[in-house]
Design a protein around this ligand. Sequence first.
Ligand SMILES: Cc1cc2nc3c(=O)[nH]c(=O)nc-3n(C[C@H](O)[C@H](O)[C@H](O)COP(=O)(O)O)c2cc1C
Ligand code: SF4
Length: 449
Amino acid sequence: MTDNTFNTVRKTFNVCLPDPSIEQSWTLKAYQENGGYQALERVLREQTPHTDIINTLKTSNLRGRGGAGFPPGIKWSFMPRAAEGQKYVVCNSDEGEPGTCKDRDILRLNPHALIEGMAIGGYVMGASKGYNYIRGEFWEPYERMEAAMKEAYEAGLLGENLFDSGFDFDLYTHLGAGAYICGEETALLESLEGKKGQPRFKPPFPAAFGLYGKPTTINNTESFASVPAILRADGNWMDGEWFKALGVENAGGVKVFSVSGHVERPGNYEIKMGTPFSELLEMAGGVWKGRKLKAVIPGGSSVPVMPADAVMQANMDYDSLRDHGSAVGAGSVIIMDETTDMVKVLERLSYFYHEESCGQCTPCREGTGWLYRILHRINTGKGVSKDLDTLLDVANRIEGRTICALGDAAAWPVQSFLKHYRHEFEAKIVDASGNTSDQSKNKMTADAA
Ligand SMILES: Cc1cc2nc3c(=O)[nH]c(=O)nc-3n(C[C@H](O)[C@H](O)[C@H](O)COP(=O)(O)O)c2cc1C
Ligand code: SF4
């Protein structure tokens, strides 16, 4: 894939994604010319107290970019840094959810920001080793990451005794095999250990029992890559207020939103938290072919779908999207125009979750199959009116009853699609039976009697 295809960076505040005008932004030279590695050098030379860095991150209001929005400043403070023995920092570059593609561009275009962020994380948490778990299909990003690490080792930015500080930090990449579940942090750890990628029960959390049973902190690629810029704070060293002020009350800074689907200019947009959705849509050139907006999934396929009127009122931040019925998730904005067949979309999404369930929990293993099969039946004209209630019943019985959040992620789209677009599902069932859904229901009751 070239730089001019889908993942072209369209607009940036230069925190995680480099300015598109920077030539070969992924090289050490380009990164250093733009302030790169200054933060790592300064914290190591000055031996900045780890609590000061944690406090800066807390002040910055950076929220985790992997989906749950948990603040890295707080997560980093959970690590028992004084504990004896090996500790690890692990980066989650698995990025397998439909609609997500921001971490791929960070790896391709700004890998040194991730390396620097992970090394700072290692220093703060007393971890001398880091792993970056990269999705198996990300061959080009993997090669860029490897090349950047080679440059960093040669320049003394990774390895032993960095900046004569006595701090050692080694980094390794690990290519996954393309399983979505390996993005779940404990399944990722299992996979890193060479086992089948299946989520662990929590607690214990990774900070207590992580990789190889040792204290481990896992963050998303964008979370780590944001750290150097937050510490540099545009020249006001360690002033967390700088990043915070770019965003809104409950979510600081800028975030990469990946816009895909029916827009004129799909791509990754690094914009201020709290930017109105309507502005983001405008940056992306609006709905393609002059069509009307029908619906948006604003945070990756796991978050609830929003009808056009709701999303046009919303801003791109955690509170606003929640108040309008959805979530930021991983920031993957899937745009659907007025011609979109919502039954078909949900059938496709359900197939994904059915395929990707790891099979450990019965509600998820069996329930995702039920959801897909019922949706397939409806979409292929064989649905019956009680299918819609069954769908909701199954989704409600999966939600909250599984080891990991994949079960919820399979249930939420079903609930939200039926909430907003039930008439489209009913119409397909009517088409199939030749009756209205009420007629079908009465017929079934009569048959049952
Ligand atoms: C099924 C599933 C898939 C996930 N996939 C990813 C992923 O690809 N990348 C990611 O960063 N987080 C993913 N997560 C969330 C991680 O478990 C974890 O919360 C995240 O990596 C923590 O990073 P953060 O605190 O920086 O957000 C996934 C969670 C689930 C349940
Ligand atoms: S919820 Fe699904 S994916 Fe997660 S552990 Fe259970 S079976 Fe596996």
